[in-house]
Ligand binder design. Structure first.
Ligand code: SF4
Ligand code: MG
Length: 326
């Protein structure tokens, strides 16, 4: 079947001016990304802060223009000349943010917060709106009586449930979750993860899960794309990524999961910092941090994707040398 979301060759470049009267140049926040996502599937997009994953989310929501590439979402082409306004996209895609405290207006009741998007999208009947609000509260495991209360009356986990209810209120087919549990207490993370998974199955939602934490991605994703400095460096099914991680960066992220079960797969911890996208390194962008860098890793445009299996590919010169186990 046709994917709900298909992204081809997406580039999001920003013009940046450095210093007083400095010349403008392009920061390549996203530099040629392909993604597909089907209804009922969760794609985990993982990488460190600054790798471009949030810029992808903003492009999908129509909040930043794509510099190049094609995005098709739910039958609409949302890039180029056919650019669809963010308002129209809201019925196809919605976002759940990291910090449920700052994304809920403290002066509004839960009913006002949840019914706002309905009013904006033309649902003029109050009874109809209240029925939808009660339905969404039920979906996230909350009682309809909470509609008259204010955000400060709820715990962090309850507030994230309310944010999820708001994201679902227009019945979108794609929900983008940007670090949905990072701001929450460890003890309630599993509840929110399980809620998102349950909603995915019940509503046939497509989830794009954005996280720096491969441990969270591991619990939720059917497929995983690992991003580094504007590019996907490895992509595959859950099984492929966790049993046969092939890019040194993926291995480093797995080794950072605080679970001893994974440690033998990836003995090396990741040192160094992600380079500035203002001055990306030549060659493979990971080379300054890579314990296995070869001379050819330091020049040129960087490695292309090498297919590893039917649903698995990575960008690394080592894959050509036959030494898959690094
Ligand atoms: Fe390391 Fe070279 Fe592979 Fe990049 S291409 S990840 S520097 S071995
Ligand atoms: Mg981010």
């Amino acid at each position: 079947s046709e994917p709900l979301l298909s992204v081809q060759g997406l580039k999001v470049h920003y013009a940046v001016r450095q210093g007083w009267r400095g010349s403008a140049f392009a920061v390549k926040a996203v530099d040629g990304v392909d993604l597909t996502l089907h209804a009922g599937e969760c794609l985990g997009l993982v990488g460190e802060s600054g790798c471009g994953k949030s810029s992808i989310a903003q492009a999908l929501l129509g909040l930043v223009p794509a510099t190049a590439g094609v995005i098709r979402l739910d039958g609409h082409e949302i890039t180029g000349a056919a650019q669809v306004p963010a308002m129209a996209l809201a019925r196809s895609a919605q976002m759940v943010f990291q910090d449920p405290m700052s994304s809920l207006n403290p002066r509004q009741t839960i009913r006002e917060i949840l019914s706002g998007p309905l009013r904006l999208h033309g649902m003029s009947d109050r009874i109809e709106r209240e029925a939808r609000v009660a339905e969404m509260l039920g979906l996230v495991g909350m009682s309809p009586e909470v509609a008259t209360r204010y955000p400060h009356e709820f715990s962090g986990g309850q507030r994230q449930r309310l944010c999820i209810a708001r994201a679902l209120i227009l019945r979108p087919k794609l929900v983008i979750c940007d670090e949905p549990v990072s701001a929450l207490d460890v003890s309630i993370r599993a509840q929110i993860i399980n809620l998102l998974l349950e909603l995915k199955d019940r509503l046939g939602l497509a989830l794009l899960l954005i996280s720096h934490d491969l441990g969270v991605v591991e619990h939720m994703s059917d497929r995983i794309a690992v991003m580094y400095l504007g590019r996907i460096v490895e992509e595959g099914g859950w099984h492929e990524i966790f049993t046969e991680p092939s890019h040194p960066y993926t291995r480093a992220l797995i080794s950072a999961i605080p679970d001893p079960m994974h440690r033998d797969k990836a003995p090396a911890r990741l040192g160094g910092e992600i380079p500035s996208p203002l001055a990306p390194p030549d060659g493979c962008a990971f080379n300054p941090r890579c314990p296995h860098a070869l001379p050819q890793c330091r020049s040129g445009a960087g490695p292309d994707f090498t297919p590893i299996g039917a649903d698995h590919k990575a960008r690394c010169h080592l894959l050509h040398t036959g030494t898959n186990h690094v």
